[in-house]
Design a protein around this ligand. Sequence first.
Ligand code: DXP
Ligand SMILES: NCC(=O)COP(=O)(O)O
Length: 262
Amino acid sequence: MTTATQLSVNINKVALVRNTRHLGIPSVTRAAELCLQAGANGITVHPRPDERHIRSDDVFALAELLQRWPGREYNIEGNPTQNVLGFVRELAARGQAPDQCTFVPDSENQFTSDHGWPLADAAVRARLQPLIAEVTALGVRVSLFMDPDPALMPLARDVGAQRVELYTEPYAAAWSDPAARRAQLARYAAAAQAALDAGLQVNAGHDLNRDNLPSFVREVPGVAEVSIGHALIADALELGYAATVRAYLACCRGQDAAPYAI
Ligand SMILES: CC(=O)[C@@H](O)[C@H](O)COP(=O)(O)O
Ligand SMILES: NCC(=O)COP(=O)(O)O
């Protein structure tokens, strides 16, 4: 039996709105709790070094919150040469290690994530290997953010990652053109299969939404988890967290999205 794709809700954008005032609203911990109550399988954050959205305090408050939700996962994304390892080390020391750390090769002030690790470069592999080993030794699963290139998947395994997260923006951008969509789906399916063949598990994320998610999980083999933030939080502004999470969970099971009844 295949397990349904898990939904990890990225709450960066809740923090982004919160940070425009000094009032503490909307609350990221409340948002996380409402998403978990609605059935989300996990919470993702990407604490960027400039703290434009998720701040250091949020990372720790969410780790505390996740302790009360056994079986739900906490995924922290970021560049291991910047701030993310500090969070993982400190949380592990507190006995609150995240379940997963997704290494993303973003620069300090990057607008948003837009490429995966260039693992064909031996110097990049040599830099990553000890960092992956350290995080794995802390009991945290490491996932590498990757472009959908089948040739790179065995290299992700060789540097010690347990998962890859396929960067899905090119698929999302092609979605409204049927021929381009089919070509992208074939490309992602080949990358996912190469990852599975290499013994890796497969995550996916970036610009996934209610429209493009069902065909992705139906056609790309073995997608263990999707992390979704921007579109999901935008939908939640209209519908609330609970209805939105339930709609995305249905998409994760491959059901095409019904129009929202407002
Ligand atoms: C790793 C990734 O795909 C990113 O999508 C991400 O976490 C979003 O970051 P922003 O919310 O800062 O755009
Ligand atoms: N890893 C991708 C993620 O967490 C959310 O990306 P997006 O849905 O905000 O584009």
